[in-house]
Design a protein around this ligand. Structure first.
Ligand SMILES: *Cc1c(COP(=O)(O)O)cnc(C)c1O
Length: 380
């Protein structure tokens, strides 16, 4: 079926389930906030949400109201935490959908309190403290001053307190400072004799690198999709092997041609053919999510062999050197961007490195035009 397409992604739901099981095992009995923002990191929000409802998660983590509404259409009643800030005109809709907001200010807390009280309900909320991400959350001193006021507000119930790492895959020292500050804030609350709600801090890198950032909940994104948050910190290779990449990204050879020595290739003629060469045209480009930064740098796999990208990646087509496989290659052959071909493999992190970006951006860069094909699960 995939062969009707010029570019497609295969999503292995069995691998997805195994990753989820591995994370659950690794974090012991802690609850999982499965992060499904940005179309489940490009894997398809609805299918991934359906699989999570089947395999078991505790809370869905989304970026915004649209994503929360999409999860609601898949299954009723599941707890959803909005990780981004909700704007005041969105508050009634959050309450209607029973989406847990992330609160960073007393203003937001009072707003939700008032609206929820009017609707005669109690909305669970998660309060965020800023320990160095600088994006959302109370400043620690204000948080401590205001906490009893927050906790006393009617209509809202503090389901958890949390914070977010800015560099857990890169910077052990800064991450330690964030963890220490988070723990100090909690300790300061404890001294005031208030009851401490459940806590969460760890993202994927936290789960891998920071054992003491594992609290009552964890918030894995990248890891559930089987991708390591690769940064400057070294990961035990045995750990990396436990995870299975869920997504493969594939295309097909639309044409095979020979170009003579001196011919120029693609927009801007940035590549000149050094000697007679077999060149394959692929049916995908940056319009599908193959980064333009891969121009003249990246390689893809055909028949288990690495083929270098020649010249610029264009919107819909990309040219690769097929000299090494010129006697075998045929129009219609599969070209693997991410995934396995024969004994060779290309991973999301390989592309991130080639293109000077991060694995999150490679995955979420795969566009709407690429059909997602699900395997290995009873996907709805
Ligand atoms: C995106 C996000 C996560 C998940 O991050 P990963 O690094 O993909 O695990 C966790 N928490 C918050 C607040 C986020 O925004």
């Amino acid at each position: 079926m995939a062969l009707c397409y010029r570019a497609w992604a295969e999503i292995d739901l069995h691998a997805f389930q195994q990753n989820l099981d591995w994370i659950k095992f690794r974090v012991g009995g802690r609850k999982i906030i499965s992060v499904v923002k940005a179309d489940a990191y490009g894997h398809g929000l609805r299918q991934i949400a359906a699989s999570l409802m089947q395999f078991g998660t505790d809370i869905f983590g989304v970026a915004n109201l649209q994503e929360a509404a999409a999860v609601r259409t898949v299954g009723k009643g599941w707890p959803i935490l909005m990780l981004g800030a909700a704007m005041p005109d969105e508050w009634p809709q959050l309450i209607k959908l029973r989406v847990r907001p992330t609160l960073s200010s007393l203003k937001e807390a009072r707003g939700f309190s008032e609206l929820a009280t009017k609707s005669n309900l109690t909305l669970p909320v998660h309060i965020k403290v800023d320990t160095g991400m600088g994006r959302l959350g109370f400043q620690p001193s204000e948080f401590l001053q205001r906490y009893s006021e927050l906790a006393a507000l009617k209509g809202i119930q503090i389901e958890a307190l949390y914070s977010h790492f800015s560099s857990a895959e890169d910077d052990a020292h800064f991450t330690r400072q964030q963890t220490t500050q988070f723990h100090a804030i909690i300790e300061a609350l404890r001294i005031k004799d208030v009851s401490i709600p459940p806590l969460h801090l760890a993202n994927s890198a936290g789960i891998l690198f920071e054992q003491d950032s594992l609290h009552d909940f964890v918030r894995p994104g990248l890891l559930v999709y089987g991708v390591i948050p690769k940064g400057k910190r070294n990961l035990k290779s045995s750990l990396a092997k436990e995870l299975l990449p869920v997504l493969s990204f594939k295309s097909r050879v639309t044409l095979v041609r020979q170009l003579p020595k001196g011919a120029t290739v693609s927009y801007g003629h940035t590549y000149r053919v050094p000697k007679k060469m077999t060149i394959a045209t692929l049916g995908l480009g940056y319009g599908d999510g193959l980064p333009r930064e891969a121009s003249n740098r990246g390689s893809i796999l055909i028949r288990g062999k690495s083929c270098k990208i020649l010249g610029r990646v264009t919107m819909d087509q990309t040219l690769v050197d097929a000299s090494e496989i010129e006697s075998e290659i045929q129009e219609g052959d599969e070209a693997v961007i991410i995934g396995a071909s024969g004994d060779a493999r290309l991973d999301v992190n390989d592309w991130a490195e080639t293109c000077g970006t991060i694995p999150w951006a490679i995955l979420t860069g795969i566009t709407y035009r690429v059909p997602r094909i699900y395997k290995g699960g009873s996907a709805s």
